[in-house]
Design a protein around this ligand. Sequence first.
Ligand code: PEP
Length: 247
Amino acid sequence: MRRKIVAGNWKMNKTPSEAVALCNELKELVKSDSVDVVYCVPAIDIVPVVEAVKGTNVEVGAENMYFEDKGAYTGEISAEMLVDAGVKYVIIGHSERRDYFKEDDELLNKKVKKAFEAGLTPILCCGESLKQREMGVTMDFIRFQIKSDLDGVAADQVKDMVIAYEPIWAIGTGMTATTEQAEEVCKGIRDCIAEMYDEATAEAVRIQYGGSVNAGNAAELFAQPDIDGGLVGGASLKADFGKIVNY
Ligand code: PEP
């Protein structure tokens, strides 16, 4: 039985003081015994947010990291820095990073491996564009992403990680994938993991849906057999996030 996981992706929103205020606003609303709750926050918010959620059921995630240990990589943050600051999860390969910052699968594979090495849980994002969906290559494209990004990653590591299926056309657009579309791809990802590893690994890995999840559609999406929660952008910045956690 996989435990649900609902993660907020705050993106480039909230100054450190606004971030602390949001944690305080959400504190009671996101309480849950049955769902893992994660706030993935901008790098500069990590330290105050870790402090603000101490003693609660919320874990903190980063939105990105670099794969090198240390050195001349101006502007980057290492996995070790995140761990030392109290971070448990890290989003890797969000479509905004793939698109705007040209992060390719070879780089993302290095990041995934480094995250595991450091003891972080990767939330690996994958998902097709509208054009790819219309061309009928959705699953081919996602299988390519998964296989490339997990190249050389062990089954025991995959069992502990999170994969987020995020159709690019549904992110921040208000256009949610239908429940059937979301379940179909999440199941396809699980089948891909079973082929790459084995059934036990496929049964253990948690697969989220992300793309305009809100308080109105979370319950139906999260009730699907292969959807183990959500990665939530816009709605994670307001009180509605509590309703999504307690769907
Ligand atoms: C996201 O950024 O991961 C996301 C799913 O955003 P939104 O919920 O706003 O579509």
